[in-house]
Design a protein around this ligand. Structure first.
Ligand code: GYE
Length: 346
């Protein structure tokens, strides 16, 4: 999208916010007379009135430490921000149908803006159009939606998942540079989710791009949960002799930690017999690293509540915001695990 298009679009959101602000004031008045009680979004006056903004947040769920930390960051930033009157939090329970229902409730309540962390990338066009038609700007937090919906949201604040995958891939190509046919197992995140799609793409982009000699033994989804990771790893260990496996690439900490448990129960030494890469960087992940069970941690930072509130205020106020706002993050090897552990916020 060109800069001019972006400016036009944000003007659209601004005009929309101003218009719907009037509507909301009217609705508020009616509600005060008891006519629409229970329908109107309380305190939701847009454009920086004294009351502050009412923001709806449709979260993915509570599948991981990353997610819990992210919900906590957004909630506490909204709570401490005078510009925000209320954060209406909806737990999608890893279920797109629940997220869609939540979006529609927020539209009915005429909130000032909706923050959506979409569990999967596809299937959002209709509801995003409904939000646009109601003049309610949508910001994406964390995960993204498919490219063709790009004009239907104002901005996305989140990690570069492809880059995270590239970091994992780069570690493998360096670590196994001298080996023939490195045997890889992969634990993918939720099927159809942006981080699962992109962490995979970035990883193989590097391996294939460098002409690296590897053999992908198996790749299955563990749905970003510890239970999922453990179950899938148990199946992997039944179908592949652990002696023939070089490295496990888990798309998040929880699945990696679940897989580590499965390995230990099967008498396989994680970090030794099978090298382990995880993505996120929770305290539990770093602890596993300090214990020698994880070899490489690609960081994904969930603590972006303050940045999100600034963006939401800007979008509702019609400011020109970037279509994509990256969250800063790094990657860590064994030498850094113990030192970094006390810095972990979740
Ligand atoms: O890596 C994982 C969580 O979307 C970046 O979702 C997020 C991912 C994160 O379940 O732990």
């Amino acid at each position: 999208m060109s800069g001019a298009d972006r400016a036009n679009k944000n003007q659209h959101f601004f005009r929309g916010a101003a218009r719907s602000g009037v509507t909301r004031r009217l609705v508020g008045g009616l509600a005060a007379t008891g006519l629409l009680l229970g329908l109107a979004a309380c305190g939701g006056d847009s454009g920086g009135s004294d009351d502050g903004l009412v923001i709806g947040f449709v979260q993915v769920g509570a599948e991981s430490a990353w997610r819990t930390a992210n919900s906590e960051s957004v909630r506490s930033s909204a709570g401490e921000d005078d510009r925000i009157a209320e954060l209406k939090f909806i737990d999608g329970q890893q279920d797109q149908a629940k997220q869609l229902e939540g979006m529609r409730n927020l539209i009915t309540q005429r909130v000032d803006a909706i923050v959506l962390a979409p569990v999967v990338e596809t299937g959002w066009t209709e509801v995003l159009e409904e939000a646009r038609d109601a003049d309610i700007p949508v910001l994406l937090a964390d995960r993204s939606v498919e490219q063709s919906d790009e004009d239907l949201y104002a901005t996305r604040l989140g990690s570069d998942f492809v880059e995270e995958g590239r970091k994992a891939g780069a570690w493998v190509t360096e670590e196994f540079a001298d080996a023939d046919g490195t045997a890889v197992l992969e634990l993918e995140g939720t099927v159809g989710s942006a981080p699962a799609n992109d962490r995979k793409a970035g990883f193989y982009e590097v391996l294939d791009g460098e002409g690296f000699d590897y053999d992908l033994l198996d790749s299955q989804s563990g749905d970003f949960t510890a239970e999922g990771g453990k179950e899938v790893m148990e199946v992997f260990l039944q179908s592949h002799d652990p002696e023939d496996v070089d490295v496990l690439y888990a798309h998040n900490d929880e699945m990696g930690l679940g897989a580590i448990q499965a390995m230990e129960e099967a008498g396989v030494e994680p970090g030794e017999d099978v090298r382990v890469i995880i993505v996120d960087g929770s305290a539990a992940g770093f602890q596993a690293g300090a214990d020698g069970k994880v070899d490489y941690i690609v960081e994904c930072n969930p603590v972006f509540g303050d940045q999100l509130m600034d963006l939401a205020v800007d979008v509702v106020g019609g400011e020109d915001v970037d279509k994509y706002v990256p969250v800063e993050e790094s990657a860590y090897g064994p030498d850094e695990f113990a030192d970094e552990l006390p810095n972990r916020q979740y």
